[in-house]
Design a protein around this ligand. Structure first.
Ligand code: ATP
Ligand code: SF4
Ligand code: MG
Length: 341
């Protein structure tokens, strides 16, 4: 598959009063043309920071992309681009939808003007043509009465409708890459499912590559081609959807799978409820980041960071249990396609 995006050894830090917060630590991944990648993990594991690094949207929050990091997008070195060059790419070739539409949309502008503004930033066109395009886009994201809705301000729309507007803005210029950062988290379950259906059909229709950021593995199986599980700023497991759901290898992935409602409920109560919190990102990493919360932790886990080990071309796991001499451990009942007879 042709690569659209290649991230290599991405390290991002924030300098705070308490010290250097190492939010992303040596993350590498590829995304192919028309491919959908799900980035999953608990709050604070570095999903948004990784996504914003790809868009070069970190400077406002003080995030520093460290030397040695590489981001190639459509053959361009994203980290070497000027602000002007970046502005040309952002919103046209790559777009991002954020979790909170209320803060991402401008409360003082009608949604019609916000969609048209994005079109004008990248294209020389007439107001009439931009308006027609805005109506077309609102129809595309299934907003009823688009001509009337154009005149609405964000607060006049429901949360689900606002997310649809965000999607319309993101798609206005037919991007090759869409990053959707928790696009449905703030919404109720029915609206979440409708929006995921919409995103799925738009991905096909526009032949886009998509990075879906979520803490919910439940929405991933029907959407993504591949999954990367993040923990404490690192990728602890990656694989195709089948590899992650049928033969997950990392105890943290098992914990996430256990927490999908309706799945492995029995094992969840017996074997896995994620106790404790992720490690302090101010501290250097000298052990497996999951060690303090892992029920399979061995002495080696507290002495050395496990390297990522590839079981197939696509399935990588960073866990000492993959060492040939480690004890054989199977996941909790109900997780993956393992036989627990
Ligand atoms: N502006 C900032 N200043 C200091 N630290 C930050 C800042 N932004 C993010 N971080 C740190 O980076 C880490 C990763 O944050 P990030 O927003 O990527 O998490 P996330 O995986 O997207 O979580 P969530 O699911 O809550 O959105 C956090 O633990 C946080 O401590
Ligand atoms: S390396 Fe050790 S502590 Fe870390 S996830 Fe694997 S078994 Fe658990
Ligand atoms: Mg986030």
């Amino acid at each position: 598959m042709d690569s659209l995006l290649t991230v290599k050894n991405l390290n991002v830090s924030f300098n705070t009063y308490a010290g250097e917060v190492k939010a992303v630590r040596g993350v590498s991944f590829d995304l192919g043309v028309k491919e959908a990648l799900a980035m999953v993990g608990e709050s604070g594991c570095g999903k948004t920071v990784t996504s914003k690094a790809v868009m070069r949207l970190l400077s406002r929050s003080g995030g520093i992309i460290k030397e040695g990091s590489q981001i190639q997008f459509m053959g361009q070195d994203i980290l070497g681009l000027s602000t002007r060059e970046l502005n040309r790419i952002r919103g046209s070739k790559m777009s991002m939808i954020f979790q909170d539409s209320m803060t991402s949309l401008n409360p003082t502008m009608t949604i019609g003007n916000q969609i048209m503004e994005n079109i004008f930033t990248h294209e020389k066109t007439t107001r009439q043509k931009a308006r027609e395009r805005a109506i077309e886009l609102l129809k595309l994201v299934e907003i009823p009465n688009p001509e009337t809705r154009l005149k609405n301000y964000p607060h006049q729309l429901s949360g689900g409708m606002r997310q649809r507007v965000m999607i319309a803005i993101a798609l206005a210029l037919n991007p090759s890459l869409l990053i959707a950062d928790e696009p449905t988290t703030a919404l109720d379950v029915t609206i979440q499912a409708q929006l995921m259906d919409l995103l799925r059909s738009l991905k096909e229709r526009f032949s886009m590559s998509v990075i879906l950021v979520t803490h919910d593995l439940g929405v991933v199986a029907d959407f993504a081609d591949k999954v990367q599980v993040m923990y404490a700023g690192t990728i602890v497991e990656r694989g195709t959807v089948d590899e992650i759901f049928d033969s997950p290898r990392h105890p943290y992935t098992w914990a996430l799978l256990s927490s999908i409602p309706g799945r492995a409920q029995e094992s969840k109560s017996k074997l896995y409820s994620l106790q404790g919190t992720p490690p302090d990102l101010l501290l250097p990493l000298q052990q497996c980041p999951f060690a303090p919360r892992c029920q399979y932790c061995m002495p080696i886990c507290k002495k050395a960071i496990p390297k990522e080990n590839f079981l197939t071309d696509t399935h990588g796991v960073a866990c000492w249990l993959q060492h040939p001499m480690a004890p054989k451990v199977t996941p909790p009942a109900g997780i993956g396609g393992y036989d627990h007879e």
